[in-house]
Write a protein that binds this ligand. Structure first.
Ligand SMILES: Cc1cc2nc3c(=O)[nH]c(=O)nc-3n(C[C@H](O)[C@H](O)[C@H](O)COP(=O)(O)OP(=O)(O)OC[C@H]3O[C@@H](n4cnc5c(N)ncnc54)[C@H](O)[C@@H]3O)c2cc1C
Length: 298
């Protein structure tokens, strides 16, 4: 019964099979250019073909790495990565939105993994990382070999993002991170985690939003573990959970920007996240309308 209740829009479309969306019923958005429409067509075809496999993975409670890896081979993770780091070049966010809008309904879990990687590390490294950091992580992301995650929300921190309680204490060439994060998408799957932590309790720093810093923490770092996986309602197959940072030692070279830049980096990432999130919602609603028309004409 629980599984039936948790069926969401994506599941309905999967049950319908590929025919509901095909046959030229759906026009691409008029503001997309030729290149974006071509890419969207490619993603749509791909998503249609892979939908049964994604559904199978959901029921088996596994992540469809085969689909994710194939997307990596097609270069889609490179949409916001400059060419010199293995990306597709100066296309930036709109192209990533095209991909998300096409993936969201038929391949929901893969779509969340894709978009979370884009706003959970990729955007921040591409915009705020130094040369060494870009060379270290961006080529792997572009090939789909590194998955990202964004870790902002905590047990007692949500909408009030500036209230982050996780701390990063400087010790020589390292930071020691202590705290917990919750509701984190790609938990356990991701290779790199974009972590926001408090580096100052000085009221002046807090007032000027200079109290947070941004770090990349890699999977497997001692003290960094998955505490719990959440059961989600309506986000079929999406991996989400709690993370524990128990005195996690991270080299200072994993800090993005300067100490105190965390808030600015966070807001920049959230702006892009909201844009991609909106693309996903637009895609889902377009598909709902398409289905309603299809249903009324049967
Ligand atoms: C499916 C899913 C995936 C997620 N993935 C991630 C992730 O990958 N990384 C991550 O960091 N987080 C993630 N989150 C967490 C998400 O960002 C938080 O849930 C969100 O920031 C809200 O925080 P909260 O749940 O603590 O709610 P609260 O902040 O406790 O808010 C509860 C309610 O109170 C309202 N409210 C809060 N403050 C005010 C105020 N000042 N005035 C009026 N109303 C207010 C809110 O609008 C809301 O309705 C995810 C959440 C979900 C559901």
């Amino acid at each position: 019964m629980k599984n039936v209740i948790s069926l969401n829009v994506s599941s309905v479309f999967r049950l319908l099979g590929p025919s509901w969306r095909g046959n030229g019923m759906v026009e691409k958005y008029p503001w997309w250019n030729e290149e974006q429409r071509k890419l969207a067509d490619e993603v749509e075809e791909f998503a249609k073909e892979k939908a049964p496999r994604a559904a199978e993975a959901t029921w088996k409670k596994e992540f469809p790495w085969d689909i994710y890896n194939e997307m990596g081979g097609r270069g889609w993770f490179g949409t916001i990565i400059p060419e010199e780091y293995g990306g597709l070049g100066p296309r930036y966010g709109v192209t990533a939105c095209c991909i998300v809008a096409e993936l969201t309904t038929p391949l929901g879990s893969v779509c969340v993994a894709f978009s979370t990687t884009m706003f959970g590390g990729t955007h921040q490294i591409a915009h705020f990382g130094n040369e060494e950091q870009k060379e270290r992580w961006l080529p792997g992301i572009a090939k789909g070999k590194l998955m990202g995650a964004i870790t902002l929300t905590e047990p007692f921190v949500g909408s009030d993002a500036g209230g982050v309680e996780t701390t990063a204490r400087r010790e020589g060439d390292e930071y020691v991170i202590l705290g917990k994060k919750r509701f984190i998408s790609n938990t356990g799957l991701a290779d790199i985690y974009m972590v926001y932590a408090r580096t100052s309790d000085d009221p002046k720093d807090i007032a000027s939003r200079r109290h947070l810093s941004a770090f990349i923490v890699e999977k497997g770092t001692p003290g960094f573990s998955v505490e719990k996986i959440n059961e989600l309602s309506g986000w079929d197959g999406v991996r989400n959970g709690y993370l524990n940072f128990d005195e996690v030692r991270v080299p200072a070279e994993n800090r993005l920007g300067e100490e105190g830049d965390g808030w600015n980096i966070m807001i920049s990432g959230l702006n892009f996240e909201r844009t991609l999130g909106a693309a996903g919602i637009v895609g889902t609603f377009r598909d709902l309308i398409t289905y309603a028309v299809f249903h009324s004409q049967r």
